[in-house]
Ligand binder design. Structure first.
Ligand code: PXG
Ligand code: PLP
Length: 440
C-alpha cells in the first residue's frame, strides 16, 4: 500500500460511522467489470452494484467513450431556456422504456432531487386542475425516498427523520408490508399482505378526506430498508384506490429501475402503471449523476396548458438538469442495456440467484430470505441489545474475504450487477455462508 498523501480528518463521510471508519479505513482505488481493487491491491467482488447503481458492471468502455466525446465537444449547457440534442434524445429513449403512456421526462441529478421533483409536480398538477387544496402526501413506513426534506417527510425510516424537526407539514404513511410470521422465506412476491394497501382507504383517506390528498409515493419493491417485495396484488390495490379517489400514484424506481427486477421498470414487472416514475442510479450506470421523473401526458399537459403563453409553466429545475455529460452517459448506458439485452439477462439469471440465496435458510442467525429479480435480503437475528452489530460484522468479514455486501440494520442486501455470472453468484453467496457460520 502506498503511503497516504491525505489526512483522514477533513472529509465528513455520508451515512458512515466516521470514527469507526477512520480507525480502520476501507479504500477502493479502481474498478473494472465485477470487481473493485482495494488500496492494498486486493480484488473485491461487487455484490451490490456499488450502491444499487452500476447495473452493467464497472468501467464500461462504451459509456466512458461517450462521456469523453461529450466533454471534448461541449462541457456544459445552461438548462433554462436553452436545450442541447442529447437531453432530448435521452428523454425519447426513456419515454420508449417507460410503461403505459408515461411520456414526459424532467431531469434532475440525484434520487433525492427526483423525489422532490415528483412531489412538487404532484402539488402543481393538483393546483393546475383546480384541486389546490390537495396537499397531503402519503408515503409508507420503511420507505426510503432520499434525504431531501420532501423525501424524509414521505420516507419511513425513523433515524433519517428524528433529528430534522417537523419536515413537510401534511404527510401520512401507509403501513409497511414486512411480516416475518406470515411471509418468512418467500420466494418472489409474498402471498400475504395485499390487504395492507386498504389502509389507504380505510384509515388515511378516512382521516384526511380524499379531497385533501395529492399523491401516494412508494418504492414498488423497497430496497434500502432491506428488500421488501410487494405482496401479490398489493400494488394493484393501491392503484385501484388512487384511481377511485383521484390520487396520483408515484413509483420511486431509483433502485428498481433499469433491470433490477427483470424489466426496464418494476412497474412493468409487477403490471401496475403509476402516474409518475422517479429514476436515478442505473440510468448512467452511475458514471455521472443523473435522475429524473417520467410523467403521464395528462399531468404534463394540465400544468403546461394552464400557464399563460410565453410564461414558464413549472417553477422548478436544477443548474445541472439534463447536463450534457450526464445525458451522454445515459444515452450510451441505455444503448448498452439494449445491445447486451441486460434486462433479459437479469430475468434469466434470477432463478439461479434465487436458489443460491434461499440456500441460506437453516444457516446460523438467518431468520428470513426474500428476493425478486437480482435483489435479495437476508435477515439475521440481532445480537441481544446490539441491533445491527451481527450484520455489520458479517459485512466486515465479507470485505476481508473479497466480497462486497450491503447491510442495513441486521439485514444483508445483495444486488449484484446484471452481468454477474453463476460462478460469481456462487462466490458471493458461498463467502457469505462461510462468514455466517463463523460469526457469533
Ligand atoms: N429513492 C430511492 C428508492 C432510493 O433507493 C433515493 C431515492 C435517493 O437517491 P440519491 O441519489 O439522492 O441517494 C434512493 C437512494 C442503501 C442506500 O443502503 C440506498 C440509496 C441511497 C443510499 C443508501 O440501500 N438509495
Ligand atoms: N436504447 C434503447 C433502450 C433502445 O430501445 C434502442 C433502440 O431501439 C437503442 C438504445 C439503440 O441502441 P443501439 O445503439 O444499440 O442501436
Amino acid at each position: 500500500m502506498k503511503p497516504r498523501d491525505y489526512s483522514l480528518d477533513s472529509l465528513w463521510m455520508p451515512f458512515t460511522a466516521n470514527r469507526q471508519f477512520k480507525s480502520a479505513p476501507r479504500m477502493f482505488v479502481a474498478a473494472k467489470d465485477m470487481h473493485f481493487t482495494t488500496d492494498d491491491g486486493r480484488q473485491v467482488l461487487d455484490g451490490t452494484s456499488g450502491l444499487w447503481c452500476v447495473n452493467a458492471g464497472h468501467g464500461r468502455a462504451r459509456i466512458i467513450d461517450a462521456i469523453k466525446r461529450q466533454l471534448d465537444t461541449m462541457d456544459y449547457c445552461p438548462p433554462f431556456q436553452i436545450g442541447h440534442p442529447t437531453e432530448f434524445r435521452v428523454a425519447d429513449l426513456l419515454r420508449d422504456l417507460a410503461p403505459g403512456d408515461l411520456n414526459h421526462v424532467f431531469f434532475a441529478n440525484s434520487g433525492s432531487e427526483a423525489v422532490d421533483t415528483a412531489l412538487k409536480i404532484a402539488l402543481a398538477y393538483q393546483r393546475a386542475r383546480g384541486e389546490g387544496q390537495r396537499t397531503v402526501l402519503v408515503g409508507r413506513e420503511r420507505g426510503y425516498h432520499g434525504v431531501g426534506f420532501g423525501g424524509i417527510s414521505v420516507g419511513g425510516i425513523p433515524a433519517n427523520r428524528k433529528a430534522y424537526g417537523s419536515m413537510l407539514p401534511r404527510v401520512d404513511h401507509l403501513p409497511h408490508t414486512h411480516n416475518l410470521e406470515k411471509n418468512a422465506f418467500s420466494r418472489g412476491q409474498p402471498a400475504w399482505g395485499a390487504h395492507l394497501a386498504d389502509e389507504l382507504e380505510t384509515r388515511i383517506i378516512a382521516l384526511h378526506d380524499a379531497s385533501n390528498i395529492a399523491a401516494v409515493i412508494v418504492e414498488p419493491a423497497a430496497g434500502s430498508t432491506g428488500v421488501l417485495i410487494p405482496p401479490v396484488g398489493y400494488l394493484q390495490r393501491l392503484r385501484q384506490i388512487c384511481d377511485k379517489y383521484g390520487l396520483l400514484l408515484i413509483f420511486d424506481e431509483v433502485i428498481t429501475g433499469f433491470g433490477r427486477t427483470g424489466h426496464a421498470f418494476a412497474a412493468e414487472t409487477f403490471g401496475v402503471i403509476p402516474d409518475m416514475i422517479t429514476f436515478a442510479k442505473g440510468v448512467t450506470n452511475a458514471t455521472i449523476p443523473l435522475s429524473g421523473v417520467i410523467v403521464r401526458p395528462d399531468i404534463h399537459d394540465t400544468i403546461v396548458n394552464n400557464a399563460p403563453p410565453g410564461m414558464v409553466e413549472l417553477f422548478h429545475g436544477y443548474t445541472y438538469s439534463g447536463h450534457p455529460v450526464a445525458t451522454a452517459a445515459a444515452e450510451a448506458t441505455l444503448g448498452l442495456y439494449h445491445e447486451e439485452k441486460l434486462f433479459e439477462r437479469s430475468r434469466s439469471v434470477a432463478p439461479y440467484f434465487e436458489n443460491a440465496v434461499h440456500a441460506f435458510k437453516g444457516l446460523p442467525h438467518v431468520i428470513d430470505v426474500r428476493n425478486y429479480g437480482l435483489m435479495a435480503g437476508i435477515e439475521l437475528e440481532p445480537r441481544a441489545g446490539k441491533p445491527g452489530a451481527r450484520a455489520f460484522d458479517a459485512f466486515l468479514r465479507c470485505f476481508e474475504k473479497g466480497v462486497l455486501v450491503r447491510v442495513t440494520g441486521d439485514i444483508i442486501a445483495l444486488s449484484p450487477p446484471l452481468v454477474i455470472s453463476n460462478q460469481q453468484i456462487d462466490q458471493l453467496t458461498g463467502t457469505l455462508a462461510e462468514v455466517l457460520k463463523a460469526i457469533d
